[in-house]
Design a protein around this ligand. Structure first.
Ligand code: NDP
Ligand code: 8X3
Length: 251
């Protein structure tokens, strides 16, 4: 049966690839993001395949998220799958030099935006006894690295919130999954370095990083397993990524 899939941050990277993958599966798609031209282009591309609704939405804006979800048209208002993907890292400075506005922006997007979408769509899922929340966490929520400070902490929040949702939803058929990717070549680093394309390109230089399609395949797969199977957490890195040693400062 056709599912309705609500994807935040569908204008780029993982979200865009998820929209294409779910559409290829024949699902009904709701695509959200702030960049209206990209949304319009994606809607145009996908509507040849499946019903598509594009919503200009800033997930940081609680009132706007609430109004948008309350006003979903009848054909799209029974959301089966929420992909909480919208998110960003800003800066890589150590904590004592980092920009406090950047920290606030990451908290507002990666934590509060995810909370708004979840809290507003979850009651319908519970009522209809059908639903899957797929959060996009990060390896940065599990492993510290210099400059990861607030970004990593927001993703640690996503991890624990995902697990706590599972605890609350016991006895319902609602599934919750947290996918935790490692380095992936999307617009993530261009955003992190505030439009500095050369600096962003260096992050992926000489590597074979994950692609947006790699993650979209995983998102579609975790949803495709039988309803009695819940993938709680899935951490994924490119084969060429691993961990560093403990840092020891020596005089
Ligand atoms: P991109 O920068 O390519 O895509 C980010 C998406 O999030 C865009 O569609 C953007 O849309 C959207 N977004 C950002 N802020 C908001 C907002 N306030 N309201 C609505 N949408 C917003 O990066 P990725 O695809 O890589 O990132 C997707 C998710 O994956 C993020 O949560 C990121 O933290 C996570 N991640 C990324 C990894 C990587 O290495 N790339 C690894 C692990 C996790 P728009 O600007 O149009 O609003
Ligand atoms: C993105 C991966 O390692 O750049 O979440 O933080 S990392």
């Amino acid at each position: 049966m056709q599912k309705t899939v609500f994807i935040t941050g569908a204008t780029s990277g993982f979200g865009l690839a998820c929209a294409r993958r779910f559409a290829a599966e024949g699902q009904r798609i709701i695509i959200c993001g702030r960049r209206s031209e990209r949304l319009a282009a994606l809607e145009e591309e996908l509507k040849a395949l499946v019903p598509v609704l594009s919503l200009i939405l800033d997930v940081r804006d609680r009132q706007s998220v609430a109004a948008t979800i309350a006003d979903l048209p009848t054909d799209f208002n029974e959301v089966d799958v929420l992909v909480n993907n919208a998110g960003l890292a800003l800066g890589l400075e150590p904590a004592h030099q980092a920009n406090l506005d950047d920290w606030e922006n990451m908290v507002d997007t990666n934590i509060k935006g995810l909370l708004y979408c979840t809290r507003l769509l979850l009651p319908g899922m519970v009522e209809r006894e059908k639903g899957h929340i797929i959060n996009i966490g990060s390896v940065a929520g599990n492993w510290p690295y210099p400059g990861g400070n607030t970004y990593g902490a927001t993703k640690a929040f996503v991890r624990q919130f995902s697990l706590n949702l599972r605890a609350d939803l016991i006895g319902t058929p609602i599934r919750v999954t947290n996918i935790e990717p490692g380095i992936a070549d999307t617009e993530f680093s261009v955003v992190r370095f505030k439009g500095d394309e050369a600096k962003a390109a260096k992050v992926y230089e000489g590597t074979k990083a994950l692609t947006a399609d790699d993650i979209a395949d995983i998102v579609v797969w975790v949803n495709s397993v039988p309803d009695h199977v819940n993938i709680n957490t899935l951490e994924v890195m490119p084969t060429l990524q691993s961990w560093g040693p403990f840092a020891i400062h020596r005089e």
